[in-house]
Every structure is written in C-alpha cells, then in structure tokens.
Design a protein around this ligand. Structure first.
Ligand code: AHR
Length: 312
C-alpha cells in the first residue's frame, strides 16, 4: 500500500548515491542467478551504484575483488562467501578501512565483529525440514537415501547435511548409504547420481535422493530417468531452494519436495545499511530468512509462475 511505498521511498533516499561492491560466488545454480538479478534490482530501486564482481566459484577471486573494492573506497561490501574459512585477513582490511561488510546467504567461521550482519537462512533448519518431510513420507518403510552435497567447505553444505542427519536420527529405517558433493551444479548432480545408480544395481536399493539444492536434484532426476526409473515415484526427490525448475518437476510428479530459500538477501542487507548509516543502528548479527516446505499440494504451477514474475 501507500505506507509501504512511502517508507521504501524514504529508504531509497537514504542510500541513493552509495557505492556498494558485491562479491558474488558465480552462477553455479538457478538460485544464484536469481540472487544476482534480485540484488541488481534492489540496488537500482534504491539508487545504489552496485559494483558487481563474479568470482567464478573461487575464493581467491573473491579476496581480490574485496581488495579492489577497498582500494576504490566503496561505501559498503556485500559478500556471498563461497567457503566458510579463510576470510579473516581480507575482512580485517575492510574493517581497517571502515567499510562495513554484509554477508549474503552463506556463513563464515571468523570473529563476528568482522562483519556488520549476515542475511541468510537457518541452513541447519533447511536440512531438518527436508529430513522431516522424508521421515513423514516413508513412514516405517526401509529407505536408503543418497545425498548430493553442495560445495565442499561451504556453510550450506555443512549445515544442510547436519540438519538432515538430525531429522532422520532415531529413525533406523532411514539410512544415508552414499553421500558425495555435486558442487551445487546440475551437471555434477547428474554425474554423481549416475555413479550412485551404477553402484546400486541400477538404483534398485535407492529409495530417495536428498540434494542440497534444486539444481543438483534436477540433474539427478535426469540421471534417474536415463536409468529407466521414475523420479518422484521409484526414487523420491527432496531438495532446497524452490526455484522455478523444481516446481516444473514437482508439477510433473518427478520431484516431491523443496525448501524455499529467498533470493532476496539484498533487500534486508540494504535496509540494515540504511539504518546503520542513518543513525548508527546496529542490526542483528544474523538476519534469518524463512525456510518453507513446498510439495505437490502447494500449487507448484502457481509457484512457478510467481517466481517467473519476480524475475527468476
Ligand atoms: O548459499 C546458497 C546456496 O548456494 C543455494 O542453495 C545454492 O543453490 C547455491 O548455489
């Protein structure tokens, strides 16, 4: 309504003209592409001059980009950190230069005073929501699960694994029989799933695949089909992100469930920076986004359309 329009107009005024560097991981997934596009839209709507740097999945490129932003004297830095460790030095340099850093979507293992805030999901909860869905779906049935992990050393891979394991703990009928990284990509997800299928007599013993993101699930679905099995029926598919393509698969009965991760991390990040610059308001250290489960019962066609309209 009008009130929202007015308050966002005020916010837009607050940070218009600011120069903000964004060190993005790359374009490994549909979700990542959506985050990039939403961040650009949010920056434009607020009159922010966004300096975008694509690291092509390499931490060293991110560190270089951050040093470049510091040298340019940007007003703030958004960082989506590819892995969790190894950030202390460069973030201390940003702190020394008095440039606030906001983490987007992934966490790091470093002293919390090195960043202003982190806008991210509760990634352990995401894994738990996926695991709880599976526990419900299989009941007392024996279920061998294969797991496609995200990028090695990234916070979502570590935490989504932990959360899922927590959810199935105590359910002795559910076992993770194989687990390997698919690096959050469709092609690796397919490749690793093919290997899982080969080593289990064509998938006979696999009851479900848990993928740390939708893209790997989409790759796995292809591999399952190529092996002559029905994804969603012969092998259940559960993943995380809620991107349009997984809703297409859910609508077709080829995927069963996904946990939503909003691509709009930049909106809350810019709001936090606006308040910080306006009067020194310190944001919460972690601004946690929602983790909602979607299945075939949640209007997958409509969810697909809604995301397309949002510019995914
Ligand atoms: O950090 C968020 C994760 O990174 C998304 O779930 C995945 O799709 C992306 O690559």
């Amino acid at each position: 309504g009008l009130a929202t329009a007015l308050s966002s107009a005020v916010l837009a005024q607050d940070i218009s003209g600011k120069v903000i560097g964004f060190s993005q991981i790359g374009s490994e997934s549909g979700w990542r592409a959506a985050e990039t596009s939403v961040t650009r839209q949010e920056a434009e709507a607020r009159g922010v001059d966004l300096k975008f740097a694509d690291a092509q999945q390499k931490q060293e490129n991110q560190i270089k980009a951050i040093r470049g932003f510091i040298a340019q004297g940007v007003d703030a830095i958004l960082l989506a950190p590819v892995v969790a460790t190894g950030w202390e030095d460069v973030l201390a340099e940003a702190q020394e230069a008095e440039i606030p850093v906001v983490l987007l979507d992934r966490g790091i293992e470093a002293p919390e005073d090195l960043y202003l805030t982190a806008v991210m999901s509760d990634q352990v909860l995401e894994g738990r929501v996926a695991g709880e869905w599976l526990v419900e779906a299989v009941g007392d049935e024996e279920c061998n699960v294969v797991e496609l992990q995200g990028t090695v050393g990234s916070s979502p891979a570590i935490n989504r694994k932990q959360g899922f394991e927590e959810a199935i703990a105590g359910h002795d009928n559910i076992t993770i029989t194989q687990s390997q990284t698919g690096d959050f990509t469709r092609s690796k997800g397919k490749e690793v799933m093919e290997a899982f299928l080969k080593s289990t007599n064509g998938g006979e013993d696999i009851c479900a695949v848990y993928a740390h993101n939708d893209d790997m699930a989409v790759g796995a679905i292809q591999a399952i089909k190529d092996a002559g099995l029905k994804p969603g029926t012969d092998i259940k598919v559960v993943s995380i992100d809620a991107v349009p393509d997984i809703f297409t698969a859910i609508a077709a009965g080829e995927a069963n469930a996904t946990v939503e991760l909003t691509p709009n991390m930049a909106g809350p990040a810019f709001d936090a920076l606006a308040a910080y610059w306006a009067d020194g308001t310190e944001p919460e250290k972690f601004i946690i986004t929602e983790s909602k489960l979607y299945t075939a019962e949640d209007d997958p066609e409509g969810e697909y359309e809604r995301r397309k309209d949002l510019g995914y």
